[in-house]
Design a protein around this ligand. Structure first.
Ligand code: NAG
Ligand code: NAG
Ligand code: NAG
Ligand code: NAG
Ligand code: NAG
Ligand code: NAG
Ligand code: NAG
Ligand code: NAG
Ligand code: NAG
Ligand code: NAG
Ligand code: NAG
Length: 320
C-alpha cells in the first residue's frame, strides 16, 4: 500500500500539472445529429459516465463494474465494487472517482487497474460527487450530508448537514462556493470551506437531479418537475432568468456543449439540445430505450449518454 500511495501521489502531481496546461478548447464546427456509437457490455443500467483525459470514457453501472472505452470500443474493466455505481467524476483529468449505492467512494488508477478503497464515512448511497480546488472533493449522500475529503490523503475534512438527499453538486469556480440540489426541490449554495450556507434557491417543484454552470456564470438546474431553470447567481438571492420546458419526463442530467448551449437527458428517453439564449429546443436526440441517466462531453464536442437501457451512446454534437 505504501508504494501504491507513493505512485498515486506522483501521478496526481503530474496529472495536476498537465491539467493546468490543457484548459483551452478549440471552437466548434458544423453538422450531424445521430449517435455515432452505441457501447454495449454493461448488464444493468448505466448510471454514471465521465471523460478521462478528454478521450477515454469511464462508465459505472448497476452491474457494479467500471468500464473504460475509447473511440467507440471497449478497452477494459477497471474493476468492480460490491454495489451499483451511482456517481462518477474525474479528478484533475486522470483519476476516476466513483460513488456507490452502499457508501463506497473509490479513487481508480487506470494505469494500475487498481483503486483506493472506501474512505467514505457517510451512511447512505453516494448520489453525487464534485471536484474542488486543492485536491478536495465533495460527496453528496442519501443520508442528507455532504462530505468534504482530501483526495491526496484520503482524509475527511467536514460534513455539511441538511434534511434531504443530495442528488447533485457543482463547484462555482468564480466564487469558491458549492451548490447542492436536493430531493426536496431545494438548491442550497454552501461555503464549503467553513460549512456555512451562502444562499438558497426555492423554485423547483420536484427533486433537483442535476446542476451545471454555463460559461457566463449562470447556474442551471434540472428537476423531476420536467423543467430546467437558469439562475443568475451573481445576485443574492439568485434571480430566475429562464425556465426551459419541453421534456415529457423528469430531467435527470445536464451537460454544457462547447459553444455554451445545453444538453439534457430525461426519463422520456430523449436528449434535448437547447439554445440557452432564447430557451428554444434546437434538436431532440432519440435512440435510447430507457431513462437517460448521465451525460458527458469531451473536448472535441462528442456527447456521451448513459441509459437504463444498459448502453452508452456517443453523439456528434459539433454543430450545436
Ligand atoms: C462530426 O461532425 C463533424 C462536423 O460535421 C465532422 O467533421 C466529423 O467528421 C464528424 N465525426 C464523426 C465521427 O462522424
Ligand atoms: C476511431 O474509429 C474510427 C472507426 O470507427 C477510425 O476511423 C478512427 O481512425 C479511429 N480514431 C482513432 C483516434 O483511433
Ligand atoms: C488517457 O488515459 C488512458 C488510461 O489511463 C491512457 O491509456 C491514455 O494513454 C491517456 N491518454 C492521454 C492523452 O493521456
Ligand atoms: C452515521 O451513523 C452513525 C451511527 O448511527 C452516526 O454516529 C454518524 O453520525 C452518522 N454519520 C452521518 C454522516 O450521518
Ligand atoms: C490536501 O492534502 C495535500 C497533501 O497533504 C495538501 O498538499 C493539500 O493542501 C491538502 N488540501 C487542503 C485543502 O488542505
Ligand atoms: C429542510 O427543512 C426546511 C423546513 O423545515 C425546508 O424549508 C428546507 O427546504 C429543507 N431542505 C433542505 C435541503 O435543507
Ligand atoms: C464562512 O466564510 C464566509 C466567507 O469567508 C464568511 O462570510 C462567513 O461568515 C463564514 N461563516 C462562518 C460561520 O464562519
Ligand atoms: C407541484 O407538484 C404537485 C404534484 O406533482 C402538483 O399537485 C402541484 O400543483 C405543483 N405545484 C406547482 C406550483 O406547480
Ligand atoms: C447577473 O445579474 C447582474 C446584475 O444584474 C448582471 O450584471 C449580470 O450581467 C448578470 N449575469 C448574467 C450572466 O446575465
Ligand atoms: C433561438 O435562437 C436561434 C439561434 O439564434 C434561432 O435559430 C431560433 O429561431 C430562435 N428560436 C426562437 C423561438 O426564437
Ligand atoms: C425497449 O425496451 C422494452 C422494455 O424493456 C423492450 O420490450 C423492447 O424490446 C425494447 N426495444 C428495443 C428496440 O430495444
Amino acid at each position: 500500500m505504501k508504494s501504491l500511495n507513493f505512485l498515486f501521489n506522483s501521478l496526481l502531481i503530474l496529472a495536476f500539472v498537465s491539467f493546468l496546461n490543457s484548459n483551452s478548447l478549440s471552437p466548434s464546427a458544423p453538422v450531424v445529429v445521430s449517435s455515432i456509437f452505441t457501447l454495449t457490455g454493461h448488464t444493468q443500467p448505466v448510471y454514471a459516465i465521465t471523460y478521462l483525459n478528454d478521450s477515454h470514457l469511464i462508465s459505472g453501472s448497476g452491474d457494479t463494474k467500471i468500464k473504460m472505452w475509447f473511440n467507440g470500443t471497449f478497452i477494459t474493466d477497471l474493476g468492480s465494487t460490491e454495489s451499483p455505481i451511482l456517481s462518477l467524476i474525474t479528478h484533475y483529468g486522470f483519476f476516476p472517482i466513483s460513488g456507490s449505492k452502499n457508501n463506497n467512494i473509490r479513487i481508480w488508477i487506470p494505469k494500475l487497474r487498481n483503486a483506493f478503497v472506501d474512505f467514505s464515512k457517510q451512511n447512505g448511497s453516494i448520489l453525487s460527487l464534485a471536484t474542488l480546488p486543492r485536491f478536495l472533493i465533495a460527496s453528496g449522500s442519501s443520508d442528507h450530508s455532504i462530505h468534504i475529503y482530501n483526495v491526496t490523503t484520503r482524509t475527511f475534512i467536514r460534513s455539511i448537514q441538511s434534511n434531504s438527499s443530495v442528488n447533485s453538486l457543482i463547484f462555482f469556480k468564480q466564487r469558491h462556493l458549492l451548490a447542492a440540489g436536493y430531493a426536496d426541490s431545494t438548491i442550497i449554495i454552501w461555503n464549503y470551506r467553513n460549512g456555512s450556507e451562502f444562499t438558497r434557491i426555492n423554485g423547483h417543484n420536484g427533486s433537483v437531479y442535476a446542476l451545471v454552470m454555463l460559461k457566463n456564470g449562470n447556474l442551471v438546474s434540472a428537476s423531476a418537475d420536467k423543467t430546467i431553470k437558469i439562475w443568475n447567481v451573481s445576485i443574492v438571492p439568485p434571480v430566475l432568468e429562464k425556465t426551459l420546458t419541453s421534456h415529457n419526463g423528469e430531467i435527470k442530467c445536464l451537460a454544457v456543449l462547447l459553444n455554451g448551449n445545453l444538453a439534457s437527458g430525461s426519463t422520456d428517453f430523449s436528449i434535448k439540445i437547447w439554445d440557452v439564449n432564447n430557451g428554444s429546443v434546437i434538436t431532440t436526440l432519440l435512440g435510447h430505450n430507457g431513462t437517460v441517466n448521465d451525460l458527458a462531453i469531451d473536448s472535441k464536442g462528442y456527447l456521451a449518454s448513459a441509459s437504463d437501457d444498459k448502453t452508452i451512446k456517443i453523439w456528434n454534437t459539433t454543430i450545436f
